[in-house]
Design a protein around this ligand. Structure first.
Ligand SMILES: [Zn+2]
Length: 122
């Protein structure tokens, strides 16, 4: 009986020692991790963003580009995701694409709103 008890204590000591060893090796910085996660979410937002907002006007859905051009610049910046472009033609093309695929746009908008809320953009 005495032997078994010592065995048990030995296991506990080994388990605690292992825990300390693991904690030491995967010590991570929570702030660094949060910053990383935020950066990833921002990238995701930019990739998902249709750069289009949808609203209802006279009972019909209307889409509008979320790009605005800050005064004095040639650049266009998306109000939703922060993406910057100098290509007005690409913006128009994007608008045309989403106008032809309203279902996909609605789905995309739902996902993007969730993500934007997480990031505190809306
Ligand atoms: Zn955007």
């Amino acid at each position: 009986m005495v032997d078994m008890q010592w065995d048990w204590i030995g296991w506990v000591v080994a388990a605690i020692a292992t825990m300390f060893a693991i904690r030491g090796s995967i010590r991570f910085d929570i702030n660094e991790w949060l910053k990383d996660r935020r950066r990833r979410q921002e990238e995701q937002l930019e990739n998902l963003c249709p750069h289009i907002s949808v609203f209802k006007k006279d009972g019909k859905f209307v889409i509008r580009s979320t790009y605005i051009s800050p005064p004095g610049t040639e650049a266009w910046q998306c109000q939703m995701c922060g993406h910057v472009t100098y290509d007005g033609h690409a913006i128009e093309q994007g608008q045309r694409y989403w106008a032809e695929n309203p279902d996909e746009l609605m789905k995309r908008n739902k996902r993007i709103k969730k993500l934007a809320r997480k990031l505190g953009r809306i």
